[in-house]
Design a protein around this ligand. Structure first.
Ligand SMILES: Cc1ncc(COP(=O)(O)O)c(C=O)c1O
Length: 395
């Protein structure tokens, strides 16, 4: 008998197992968001400690007003692709400004960051080899699967060096890395990757999803001031909006926007999202204190957790992982925190190598919220009694 192709497991099965143990962590619907520091779920007000809205911009009046004004002016959607009927002056302005912000010659705005990364598949010809950090985001991994050519993963710059040395001559070589790894919150050593890539004539592509707006000089990301060949990113995190970006040399950006299928065959970024991303660029420049607050609060939460004995290594960024041995243990802890009024993200394989709670605060939180999270951890799990060194934040 033929297998049933619909008979797949995955997250829904894990979700059912966890639910049977009283852990209802996925697809929870919020009825309201209050400045992104709290949400209402099932009539209960819980502290949101798992949002990637790092600068708290998604509810900033300037972004909200810009989105409303753009919707009134252009409508809710452009109903078409960028190449045909879907380009607005807003997209063009956003591309000029984001390219300048990232220190790149040109940029193409896409509908999501996932699509921006998928577009990279168009760079992979039959003779090319793509080298990707094993911890890269799923969208970078998919780009490599989708492209022609060979895929090699690496764990660190040294292993990349040996894999590059072993690569066949003749084809192109591309190194793909996240700037900040989205599950563990640790950062790629971009200087070292650049040096290794240069030694073997490889291009370096960096996904700045979690660092753009938050880290680096002026919030321009970890690649700011470094020579990288292409930057991809998203407006769905620190920019408080939605949308993706590919930024690099003008010819390459033009090639990608008119050849990559995830860009060419998808409706353009809605007017509200483009306008919100443009407003975010202005707020990031005008209110640098948001960046400082997000990083200070993250540092405080890291160190508070560490002083309770919860290990947040290897993160040095606002993505704060607390690891557990089993999914059941992590799920039970998640449920305890939720009961105590704190919402965190429960992650596990294959997204993360180890079961973990992933926490992040935004610039709309304050020290009282850090105290709430810490006291919930203490109430649910007690102290863990180990002495852990304080974090050295990447800024
Ligand atoms: C590292 C990284 N790259 C890309 C993406 C995709 O971004 P978007 O939400 O815009 O599709 C994410 C989002 O989770 C991410 O964490």
């Amino acid at each position: 008998m033929a297998a049933d192709p619909f008979d797949k497991a995955g997250l829904h099965q894990a979700e059912d197992v966890l639910k049977a143990h009283g852990v209802d962590a996925y697809f929870r619907a919020a009825a309201e968001r209050t400045g992104d520091s709290h949400i209402i779920i099932d009539g209960r007000r819980v502290l949101m400690a798992g949002s990637a809205d790092y600068l708290g911009l998604s509810t900033h009046p300037r972004l909200v007003e810009a989105a409303v004004a753009a919707t009134r002016r252009y409508g809710t959607t452009v109903s078409g692709s960028r190449a045909l009927n879907g380009t607005l002056d807003l997209h063009v302005t956003l591309e000029e400004r984001i390219a300048a912000f990232l220190g790149q010659e040109a940029a193409a705005v896409t509908t999501t960051g996932f699509q921006a990364n998928l577009a990279l598949s168009a760079l992979l010809g039959r003779d090319d080899v793509a080298f990707g950090d094993a911890r890269n985001h799923a969208s970078l991994i998919e780009a490599v699967r989708l492209g022609w050519g060979k895929a090699r993963s690496y764990r660190d710059p040294e292993q990349l060096r040996s894999r590059l040395a072993a690569a066949p001559d003749g084809g192109g070589r591309l190194v793909f890395t996240d700037g900040v790894f989205s599950m563990d919150g640790d950062v790629a050593d971009l200087r070292e990757l650049r040096a290794v890539a240069d030694a073997y004539g490889a291009k370096l592509v960096v996904d700045a999803a979690h660092d753009m707006g938050v880290l680096g000089v002026g919030g321009a990301g970890l690649a700011a001031g470094l020579r990288v060949d292409l930057i991809t990113s998203t407006f769905s995190k620190a920019f408080g909006s939605l949308g993706g970006v590919l930024a690099g040399p003008r010819d390459n950006v033009r090639y990608l926007r008119s050849n990559a299928r995830s860009v060419l065959f998808s409706a353009a970024l809605p007017p509200a999202s483009a306008a919100a991303a443009l407003a975010a660029l202005e707020v990031i420049a005008a209110e640098p204190e948001r960046r400082a607050r997000a990083l200070d609060l993250a540092e405080s939460l890291h160190n508070g957790l560490r002083s309770l004995g919860y290990d947040t290594r290897p993160s040095t960024t606002p993505i704060i992982p607390v690891r557990f041995t089993t999914m059941a243990e992590a799920g039970t802890f998640w449920a305890g925190l939720f009961e105590a009024g704190v919402f965190t993200n429960l992650v596990g394989p294959p997204a993360a190598t180890t079961p973990a709670l992933r926490l992040s605060l935004t610039a709309n939180h304050d020290e009282s919220h850090v105290a709430t999270v810490l006291s919930a951890f203490h109430d649910v799990g007690g102290g863990r009694g180990t002495d852990l060194p304080p974090v050295t934040m990447t800024r």
